[in-house]
Design a protein around this ligand. Structure first.
Ligand code: ZN
Length: 148
């Protein structure tokens, strides 16, 4: 726990370092259907990229579920068009063949989920969107993902 606390303090002291590009990012989602981050910049030199999502709210996953999905900007409309309650909640209500580059589990209040992906899926100069694929959430829970 001490290490974690030190890490958190370090992040608070050097927020600009995070914006400069990182191989690991932590987002918080809340019961007000928002992320606390609107832009993610992954360092182009990363070999792996880790994304951690905390849900700081209290509502369960079937009411206020959150995940983080990253897609190419050019695939965004197609992917959000495929969101359907008929698909599993664990899969973020997306079909298994959706062109997603990163997807965390879908969690409820008080939960945390994380995923680590091979960074070679992401290319410098390409624009990506990150969003929550719980039905209806992408309008509020959406941001830009890029490499630098
Ligand atoms: Zn959500």
């Amino acid at each position: 726990m001490k290490t974690l606390r030190y890490f958190a303090i370090t992040l608070l002291m050097f927020p600009l370092q995070l914006l400069a590009g990182t191989c690991e990012v932590t987002l918080n989602g809340s019961d007000s259907m928002k992320y606390d981050v609107s832009e993610i910049k992954m360092d182009a030199s990363c070999s792996e990229f880790k994304l951690v999502l905390n849900h700081s709210g209290k509502l369960p996953a079937n009411i206020m579920g959150h995940n983080v999905v990253v897609v190419k900007d050019s695939d965004f409309q197609t992917v959000i068009g495929s969101i359907n309650m008929a698909h599993s909640a664990e899969g973020g209500y997306l079909p298994s063949d959706a062109p997603v580059l990163l997807k965390t589990g879908l969690i409820g209040g008080g939960e945390t989920t994380e995923v680590t992906v091979n960074a070679s899926a992401f290319k410098t100069g390409e624009s990506y969107t990150f969003f929550c694929s719980f039905p209806g959430h992408y309008a509020m829970m959406k941001g830009a993902f890029s490499l630098n």
